[in-house]
Design a protein around this ligand. Structure first.
Ligand code: ATP
Ligand code: MG
Length: 394
Protein backbone atom coordinates (compact mmCIF):
# COMPACT_ATOMS: atom_id res chain seq x y z
CA UNK A 1 0.00 0.00 0.00
CA UNK A 2 1.31 3.48 -0.85
CA UNK A 3 1.82 5.80 2.07
CA UNK A 4 -0.92 8.37 2.01
CA UNK A 5 0.62 11.81 2.24
CA UNK A 6 -0.79 14.26 4.71
CA UNK A 7 -1.53 17.28 2.52
CA UNK A 8 -0.61 20.78 3.63
CA UNK A 9 -3.12 22.43 1.38
CA UNK A 10 -4.64 22.83 -2.04
CA UNK A 11 -3.03 24.95 -4.72
CA UNK A 12 -5.44 26.65 -7.11
CA UNK A 13 -4.50 28.00 -10.54
CA UNK A 14 -6.62 30.33 -12.63
CA UNK A 15 -6.30 30.29 -16.41
CA UNK A 16 -6.99 33.33 -18.52
CA UNK A 17 -3.44 34.58 -18.09
CA UNK A 18 -4.03 37.12 -20.81
CA UNK A 19 -5.95 39.17 -18.27
CA UNK A 20 -4.08 42.34 -17.53
CA UNK A 21 -4.14 45.28 -15.16
CA UNK A 22 -7.41 46.06 -13.46
CA UNK A 23 -9.24 43.17 -15.12
CA UNK A 24 -6.87 40.76 -13.53
CA UNK A 25 -7.32 42.30 -10.10
CA UNK A 26 -11.14 42.11 -10.37
CA UNK A 27 -10.93 38.55 -11.69
CA UNK A 28 -8.82 37.35 -8.77
CA UNK A 29 -10.89 39.20 -6.15
CA UNK A 30 -14.13 37.74 -7.52
CA UNK A 31 -12.60 34.29 -7.68
CA UNK A 32 -11.44 34.52 -4.05
CA UNK A 33 -14.86 35.75 -2.95
CA UNK A 34 -16.62 32.90 -4.79
CA UNK A 35 -14.24 30.29 -3.39
CA UNK A 36 -14.85 31.61 0.14
CA UNK A 37 -18.62 31.46 -0.39
CA UNK A 38 -18.39 27.85 -1.52
CA UNK A 39 -15.96 26.46 1.06
CA UNK A 40 -17.03 24.94 4.36
CA UNK A 41 -17.36 27.81 6.89
CA UNK A 42 -14.06 27.73 8.73
CA UNK A 43 -12.10 27.66 5.48
CA UNK A 44 -12.93 31.18 4.34
CA UNK A 45 -9.92 32.60 6.26
CA UNK A 46 -7.54 29.96 5.02
CA UNK A 47 -7.39 31.12 1.43
CA UNK A 48 -4.47 33.29 0.36
CA UNK A 49 -3.05 34.63 -2.83
CA UNK A 50 0.55 33.81 -3.63
CA UNK A 51 1.73 35.39 -6.86
CA UNK A 52 -0.04 33.62 -9.74
CA UNK A 53 -1.89 31.08 -7.66
CA UNK A 54 -4.16 30.75 -4.67
CA UNK A 55 -3.40 28.49 -1.76
CA UNK A 56 -5.84 26.99 0.65
CA UNK A 57 -4.34 25.74 3.89
CA UNK A 58 -6.15 22.65 5.06
CA UNK A 59 -6.39 21.67 8.69
CA UNK A 60 -6.61 17.95 8.23
CA UNK A 61 -6.35 15.43 5.43
CA UNK A 62 -10.02 14.56 5.94
CA UNK A 63 -11.09 18.07 4.91
CA UNK A 64 -9.22 17.87 1.61
CA UNK A 65 -12.01 15.93 -0.14
CA UNK A 66 -14.76 18.37 0.87
CA UNK A 67 -12.68 21.38 -0.18
CA UNK A 68 -11.74 19.73 -3.50
CA UNK A 69 -15.42 19.04 -4.22
CA UNK A 70 -16.34 22.67 -3.56
CA UNK A 71 -13.53 23.88 -5.84
CA UNK A 72 -14.64 21.59 -8.64
CA UNK A 73 -17.82 23.70 -9.05
CA UNK A 74 -16.22 27.13 -9.20
CA UNK A 75 -15.85 28.95 -12.50
CA UNK A 76 -12.53 30.64 -13.16
CA UNK A 77 -10.31 27.81 -11.91
CA UNK A 78 -8.17 26.07 -14.54
CA UNK A 79 -6.78 23.37 -12.25
CA UNK A 80 -6.15 22.60 -8.60
CA UNK A 81 -4.26 19.99 -6.64
CA UNK A 82 -3.64 18.91 -3.06
CA UNK A 83 0.01 19.57 -2.20
CA UNK A 84 2.70 19.22 0.39
CA UNK A 85 5.41 21.72 1.10
CA UNK A 86 9.06 20.76 0.92
CA UNK A 87 12.34 22.62 1.30
CA UNK A 88 14.04 23.92 -1.85
CA UNK A 89 17.13 21.64 -1.54
CA UNK A 90 17.42 18.26 -3.31
CA UNK A 91 17.35 16.23 -0.07
CA UNK A 92 13.98 17.70 0.90
CA UNK A 93 12.54 17.32 -2.57
CA UNK A 94 13.59 13.68 -2.77
CA UNK A 95 12.19 12.67 0.58
CA UNK A 96 8.94 14.48 -0.17
CA UNK A 97 8.72 12.89 -3.65
CA UNK A 98 9.11 9.44 -2.09
CA UNK A 99 6.04 10.00 0.05
CA UNK A 100 3.85 10.37 -3.04
CA UNK A 101 4.50 7.07 -4.83
CA UNK A 102 4.70 3.35 -4.26
CA UNK A 103 7.65 1.21 -5.11
CA UNK A 104 8.62 0.87 -8.74
CA UNK A 105 6.12 3.32 -10.26
CA UNK A 106 7.23 5.16 -13.40
CA UNK A 107 7.11 8.87 -12.70
CA UNK A 108 7.69 11.87 -14.92
CA UNK A 109 9.19 14.74 -12.95
CA UNK A 110 7.85 18.15 -13.91
CA UNK A 111 9.66 20.97 -12.13
CA UNK A 112 8.60 24.58 -12.54
CA UNK A 113 10.55 27.49 -11.17
CA UNK A 114 8.27 30.33 -10.09
CA UNK A 115 11.23 31.88 -8.28
CA UNK A 116 14.15 32.15 -10.67
CA UNK A 117 16.94 33.26 -8.34
CA UNK A 118 17.84 29.79 -7.05
CA UNK A 119 20.90 27.84 -8.16
CA UNK A 120 19.14 24.96 -9.86
CA UNK A 121 17.35 25.14 -13.18
CA UNK A 122 14.41 22.84 -13.96
CA UNK A 123 16.80 20.64 -15.96
CA UNK A 124 19.18 20.43 -13.00
CA UNK A 125 16.35 19.26 -10.77
CA UNK A 126 15.40 16.46 -13.17
CA UNK A 127 19.03 15.35 -13.66
CA UNK A 128 19.61 15.37 -9.89
CA UNK A 129 16.62 13.07 -9.44
CA UNK A 130 18.09 10.73 -12.09
CA UNK A 131 21.57 10.83 -10.53
CA UNK A 132 20.15 9.94 -7.13
CA UNK A 133 17.85 7.21 -8.43
CA UNK A 134 19.09 4.77 -5.80
CA UNK A 135 17.41 6.88 -3.10
CA UNK A 136 14.05 6.91 -4.87
CA UNK A 137 11.15 4.52 -4.30
CA UNK A 138 9.96 5.19 -7.87
CA UNK A 139 11.61 5.25 -11.30
CA UNK A 140 12.09 8.69 -12.84
CA UNK A 141 11.10 8.30 -16.51
CA UNK A 142 10.61 10.77 -19.33
CA UNK A 143 7.44 8.94 -20.34
CA UNK A 144 6.29 7.99 -16.85
CA UNK A 145 2.55 7.45 -16.47
CA UNK A 146 2.44 9.25 -13.13
CA UNK A 147 3.56 12.84 -12.69
CA UNK A 148 5.37 14.63 -9.92
CA UNK A 149 5.03 18.40 -10.03
CA UNK A 150 7.51 20.53 -8.13
CA UNK A 151 6.81 24.25 -8.12
CA UNK A 152 9.85 26.03 -6.72
CA UNK A 153 9.08 29.23 -4.79
CA UNK A 154 11.48 31.43 -2.85
CA UNK A 155 11.34 29.63 0.50
CA UNK A 156 9.67 26.33 -0.26
CA UNK A 157 8.41 24.02 -2.99
CA UNK A 158 4.83 23.06 -3.70
CA UNK A 159 4.89 19.34 -4.46
CA UNK A 160 1.89 17.54 -5.89
CA UNK A 161 0.91 14.71 -8.19
CA UNK A 162 -2.86 14.83 -8.66
CA UNK A 163 -3.94 17.77 -10.81
CA UNK A 164 -7.66 18.11 -11.12
CA UNK A 165 -9.02 20.11 -14.05
CA UNK A 166 -11.32 22.95 -12.98
CA UNK A 167 -14.43 24.24 -14.73
CA UNK A 168 -12.58 27.07 -16.50
CA UNK A 169 -14.64 30.06 -17.53
CA UNK A 170 -14.79 33.34 -15.61
CA UNK A 171 -15.63 33.89 -11.93
CA UNK A 172 -19.35 34.52 -11.42
CA UNK A 173 -19.94 38.26 -11.13
CA UNK A 174 -17.07 39.45 -13.35
CA UNK A 175 -19.44 39.93 -16.31
CA UNK A 176 -22.16 41.69 -14.29
CA UNK A 177 -25.65 40.47 -13.49
CA UNK A 178 -28.21 38.63 -15.61
CA UNK A 179 -31.89 37.86 -15.16
CA UNK A 180 -32.00 34.16 -15.97
CA UNK A 181 -35.39 32.89 -17.17
CA UNK A 182 -35.52 29.53 -15.50
CA UNK A 183 -38.33 27.11 -16.28
CA UNK A 184 -38.77 23.61 -14.95
CA UNK A 185 -37.59 22.14 -18.25
CA UNK A 186 -34.37 20.67 -19.60
CA UNK A 187 -32.98 23.65 -21.49
CA UNK A 188 -32.94 26.68 -19.23
CA UNK A 189 -30.91 25.14 -16.35
CA UNK A 190 -28.25 24.22 -18.93
CA UNK A 191 -28.40 27.76 -20.37
CA UNK A 192 -28.00 29.10 -16.83
CA UNK A 193 -24.87 26.98 -16.39
CA UNK A 194 -23.29 28.48 -19.51
CA UNK A 195 -24.26 32.02 -18.49
CA UNK A 196 -22.61 31.55 -15.10
CA UNK A 197 -19.58 30.05 -16.82
CA UNK A 198 -18.95 33.34 -18.61
CA UNK A 199 -19.06 35.29 -15.37
CA UNK A 200 -22.71 36.39 -15.18
CA UNK A 201 -24.19 36.62 -11.69
CA UNK A 202 -27.69 35.14 -11.85
CA UNK A 203 -30.99 36.55 -10.68
CA UNK A 204 -33.28 33.60 -11.36
CA UNK A 205 -36.76 34.39 -12.59
CA UNK A 206 -39.41 31.67 -12.61
CA UNK A 207 -43.12 31.83 -13.39
CA UNK A 208 -45.18 29.26 -11.54
CA UNK A 209 -48.71 28.04 -12.07
CA UNK A 210 -49.32 26.83 -8.50
CA UNK A 211 -51.78 28.48 -6.13
CA UNK A 212 -49.34 29.43 -3.38
CA UNK A 213 -45.60 29.78 -2.91
CA UNK A 214 -45.70 26.90 -0.38
CA UNK A 215 -47.09 24.65 -3.10
CA UNK A 216 -44.28 25.82 -5.35
CA UNK A 217 -41.75 24.85 -2.65
CA UNK A 218 -43.20 21.35 -2.77
CA UNK A 219 -42.38 20.94 -6.49
CA UNK A 220 -39.19 19.96 -8.28
CA UNK A 221 -38.19 23.64 -8.74
CA UNK A 222 -36.24 23.84 -5.46
CA UNK A 223 -34.20 20.88 -6.74
CA UNK A 224 -33.48 22.69 -10.01
CA UNK A 225 -32.38 25.78 -8.08
CA UNK A 226 -30.21 23.64 -5.82
CA UNK A 227 -28.53 22.02 -8.79
CA UNK A 228 -27.42 25.52 -9.84
CA UNK A 229 -26.67 26.75 -6.33
CA UNK A 230 -23.42 24.83 -6.20
CA UNK A 231 -22.02 27.00 -8.99
CA UNK A 232 -22.96 30.18 -7.13
CA UNK A 233 -24.59 30.10 -3.71
CA UNK A 234 -25.68 33.74 -3.34
CA UNK A 235 -28.31 33.81 -6.07
CA UNK A 236 -31.45 35.91 -5.86
CA UNK A 237 -34.73 34.44 -7.01
CA UNK A 238 -38.01 35.93 -8.23
CA UNK A 239 -40.86 33.41 -8.12
CA UNK A 240 -43.72 35.07 -9.99
CA UNK A 241 -47.27 33.64 -10.02
CA UNK A 242 -48.65 33.34 -13.51
CA UNK A 243 -52.40 33.50 -12.84
CA UNK A 244 -52.81 37.16 -13.86
CA UNK A 245 -51.31 36.32 -17.22
CA UNK A 246 -53.49 33.24 -17.58
CA UNK A 247 -56.69 35.20 -16.90
CA UNK A 248 -55.74 37.75 -19.57
CA UNK A 249 -54.63 35.14 -22.08
CA UNK A 250 -58.00 33.39 -21.92
CA UNK A 251 -59.46 36.35 -23.80
CA UNK A 252 -57.38 35.47 -26.85
CA UNK A 253 -57.30 32.58 -29.29
CA UNK A 254 -55.26 29.65 -28.06
CA UNK A 255 -52.87 29.80 -30.99
CA UNK A 256 -51.48 33.07 -29.60
CA UNK A 257 -50.97 31.89 -26.06
CA UNK A 258 -47.36 30.80 -26.43
CA UNK A 259 -46.16 34.02 -28.07
CA UNK A 260 -48.14 36.10 -25.59
CA UNK A 261 -46.53 34.18 -22.74
CA UNK A 262 -43.10 34.77 -24.21
CA UNK A 263 -43.70 38.48 -24.58
CA UNK A 264 -45.06 38.62 -21.03
CA UNK A 265 -42.01 36.86 -19.56
CA UNK A 266 -39.56 39.06 -21.49
CA UNK A 267 -41.39 42.23 -20.38
CA UNK A 268 -41.33 41.03 -16.77
CA UNK A 269 -37.65 40.11 -17.01
CA UNK A 270 -36.94 43.55 -18.42
CA UNK A 271 -38.55 45.33 -15.46
CA UNK A 272 -36.64 43.08 -13.05
CA UNK A 273 -33.36 43.70 -14.90
CA UNK A 274 -33.76 47.44 -14.25
CA UNK A 275 -34.54 46.84 -10.59
CA UNK A 276 -31.63 44.49 -10.10
CA UNK A 277 -29.19 46.45 -12.22
CA UNK A 278 -28.77 43.53 -14.61
CA UNK A 279 -27.66 44.20 -18.15
CA UNK A 280 -28.63 40.88 -19.65
CA UNK A 281 -31.55 38.46 -19.90
CA UNK A 282 -30.69 34.78 -20.41
CA UNK A 283 -33.07 32.15 -21.82
CA UNK A 284 -32.87 28.47 -22.75
CA UNK A 285 -34.12 28.97 -26.29
CA UNK A 286 -32.55 27.20 -29.23
CA UNK A 287 -33.28 28.36 -32.76
CA UNK A 288 -36.11 26.43 -34.39
CA UNK A 289 -36.51 23.92 -31.55
CA UNK A 290 -40.23 24.58 -31.13
CA UNK A 291 -42.78 26.85 -32.78
CA UNK A 292 -42.15 29.76 -30.42
CA UNK A 293 -38.46 29.67 -31.26
CA UNK A 294 -38.51 30.53 -34.95
CA UNK A 295 -36.41 33.58 -35.79
CA UNK A 296 -39.63 35.52 -36.51
CA UNK A 297 -41.23 34.64 -33.18
CA UNK A 298 -38.05 35.34 -31.24
CA UNK A 299 -37.89 38.74 -32.93
CA UNK A 300 -41.56 39.54 -32.29
CA UNK A 301 -41.64 38.41 -28.66
CA UNK A 302 -38.47 40.31 -27.74
CA UNK A 303 -39.35 43.46 -29.68
CA UNK A 304 -39.06 46.54 -27.47
CA UNK A 305 -36.94 44.84 -24.79
CA UNK A 306 -34.09 47.29 -24.31
CA UNK A 307 -31.82 44.76 -22.74
CA UNK A 308 -29.35 42.36 -24.22
CA UNK A 309 -30.87 38.85 -24.55
CA UNK A 310 -28.41 35.96 -24.43
CA UNK A 311 -29.46 32.53 -25.64
CA UNK A 312 -26.47 30.32 -24.85
CA UNK A 313 -28.14 27.24 -26.41
CA UNK A 314 -29.03 28.87 -29.72
CA UNK A 315 -26.89 26.48 -31.76
CA UNK A 316 -27.44 23.32 -29.72
CA UNK A 317 -29.45 20.32 -30.90
CA UNK A 318 -31.91 18.97 -28.33
CA UNK A 319 -29.81 15.81 -27.97
CA UNK A 320 -26.70 17.86 -27.18
CA UNK A 321 -28.62 19.77 -24.51
CA UNK A 322 -29.86 16.49 -23.01
CA UNK A 323 -26.30 15.12 -22.94
CA UNK A 324 -25.06 18.22 -21.10
CA UNK A 325 -28.03 18.16 -18.75
CA UNK A 326 -27.18 14.56 -17.83
CA UNK A 327 -23.52 15.41 -17.37
CA UNK A 328 -24.52 18.21 -14.98
CA UNK A 329 -26.79 15.84 -13.04
CA UNK A 330 -29.85 17.95 -13.87
CA UNK A 331 -31.68 15.73 -16.34
CA UNK A 332 -33.51 13.46 -13.88
CA UNK A 333 -34.91 16.52 -12.11
CA UNK A 334 -35.82 18.29 -15.34
CA UNK A 335 -38.00 15.42 -16.55
CA UNK A 336 -39.96 15.17 -13.30
CA UNK A 337 -43.61 16.19 -13.78
CA UNK A 338 -44.42 19.85 -13.34
CA UNK A 339 -47.41 22.08 -13.96
CA UNK A 340 -46.46 24.19 -16.95
CA UNK A 341 -46.99 27.94 -16.64
CA UNK A 342 -48.28 28.00 -20.19
CA UNK A 343 -50.85 25.29 -19.58
CA UNK A 344 -53.38 25.79 -22.34
CA UNK A 345 -50.87 24.92 -25.06
CA UNK A 346 -52.45 25.08 -28.45
CA UNK A 347 -51.93 22.30 -30.94
CA UNK A 348 -51.31 24.85 -33.68
CA UNK A 349 -49.42 27.78 -32.21
CA UNK A 350 -48.51 30.61 -34.57
CA UNK A 351 -45.04 30.05 -35.97
CA UNK A 352 -44.52 33.42 -37.63
CA UNK A 353 -46.00 36.48 -36.04
CA UNK A 354 -44.97 40.02 -36.81
CA UNK A 355 -43.94 42.35 -33.98
CA UNK A 356 -46.83 44.73 -34.72
CA UNK A 357 -49.45 41.94 -34.78
CA UNK A 358 -48.20 40.58 -31.46
CA UNK A 359 -48.08 44.07 -29.97
CA UNK A 360 -51.71 44.71 -30.81
CA UNK A 361 -52.93 41.31 -29.55
CA UNK A 362 -50.94 41.90 -26.34
CA UNK A 363 -52.61 45.23 -25.69
CA UNK A 364 -56.06 43.97 -26.82
CA UNK A 365 -55.75 41.30 -24.10
CA UNK A 366 -54.94 44.08 -21.59
CA UNK A 367 -51.51 42.69 -20.80
CA UNK A 368 -49.46 45.87 -20.52
CA UNK A 369 -49.86 46.16 -16.76
CA UNK A 370 -49.71 42.43 -16.06
CA UNK A 371 -45.90 42.20 -15.69
CA UNK A 372 -45.79 44.90 -12.99
CA UNK A 373 -48.85 43.54 -11.21
CA UNK A 374 -47.38 40.04 -11.27
CA UNK A 375 -44.05 41.26 -9.85
CA UNK A 376 -45.96 42.80 -6.94
CA UNK A 377 -47.22 39.33 -6.12
CA UNK A 378 -43.80 37.70 -6.48
CA UNK A 379 -41.70 36.15 -3.74
CA UNK A 380 -38.24 37.70 -3.94
CA UNK A 381 -34.99 37.11 -2.11
CA UNK A 382 -31.95 34.87 -1.78
CA UNK A 383 -32.41 31.16 -2.29
CA UNK A 384 -31.38 29.31 0.88
CA UNK A 385 -31.68 25.77 -0.48
CA UNK A 386 -35.32 25.36 0.56
CA UNK A 387 -37.08 28.66 0.21
CA UNK A 388 -36.70 32.31 -0.70
CA UNK A 389 -35.27 34.44 2.09
CA UNK A 390 -36.35 37.99 1.84
CA UNK A 391 -33.43 40.34 1.76
CA UNK A 392 -32.25 43.55 0.15
CA UNK A 393 -30.96 43.57 -3.39
CA UNK A 394 -27.16 43.77 -3.63
P1 ATP B 1 -37.00 24.75 -21.18
O1 ATP B 1 -36.56 23.35 -21.41
O2 ATP B 1 -35.94 25.63 -20.63
O3 ATP B 1 -38.29 24.80 -20.40
P2 ATP B 1 -38.45 24.78 -23.64
O4 ATP B 1 -37.80 23.91 -24.64
O5 ATP B 1 -39.59 24.23 -22.86
O6 ATP B 1 -37.33 25.34 -22.64
P3 ATP B 1 -40.02 27.15 -24.13
O7 ATP B 1 -41.18 26.67 -23.37
O8 ATP B 1 -40.25 27.81 -25.47
O9 ATP B 1 -38.90 26.06 -24.44
O10 ATP B 1 -39.24 28.17 -23.22
C1 ATP B 1 -38.13 28.84 -23.73
C2 ATP B 1 -37.46 29.59 -22.62
O11 ATP B 1 -38.34 30.52 -21.99
C3 ATP B 1 -37.00 28.69 -21.50
O12 ATP B 1 -35.78 28.06 -21.82
C4 ATP B 1 -36.88 29.66 -20.37
O13 ATP B 1 -35.68 30.42 -20.49
C5 ATP B 1 -38.08 30.57 -20.60
N1 ATP B 1 -39.25 30.06 -19.85
C6 ATP B 1 -40.23 29.23 -20.29
N2 ATP B 1 -41.10 28.97 -19.30
C7 ATP B 1 -40.68 29.65 -18.21
C8 ATP B 1 -41.15 29.78 -16.85
N3 ATP B 1 -42.23 29.15 -16.41
N4 ATP B 1 -40.44 30.56 -16.01
C9 ATP B 1 -39.32 31.19 -16.44
N5 ATP B 1 -38.84 31.10 -17.68
C10 ATP B 1 -39.49 30.34 -18.57
MG1 MG C 1 -40.22 24.52 -20.97
Amino acid sequence: MPEKPEYDGIVIHFGELWLKGRNRHDFINALMRNIRLALPGEYADRLEKMRDRLMLNVRSSEDVGACMDALSNIFGISWFAPFRKSGTDMDSMISMANSFFSNGENVKIEPHRSYKMGQMTSKDIVSNFIKRQAELKFVPEKLGDKKLYIDVLEDFCIVHSKKRIGLGGLPVGTSGKAVVLLSGGIDSPVAAYYALKRGLEPVYLHFYAYGTIEEFYGTKMPKILNSLLKYYPRARVYAVPVHLFQISAMKEQQKYEVVLFKKFIYETAHIISERENAKVIVTGESLGQVSSQTAENLAATSQGIRCLIFRPLLGFDKQEIITKSKELGMYDISIMPYKDACSLRSRNPVTRISPSALESIYSRAGMEQIPRQSIEKASVGFWNGKSIERGPSQ
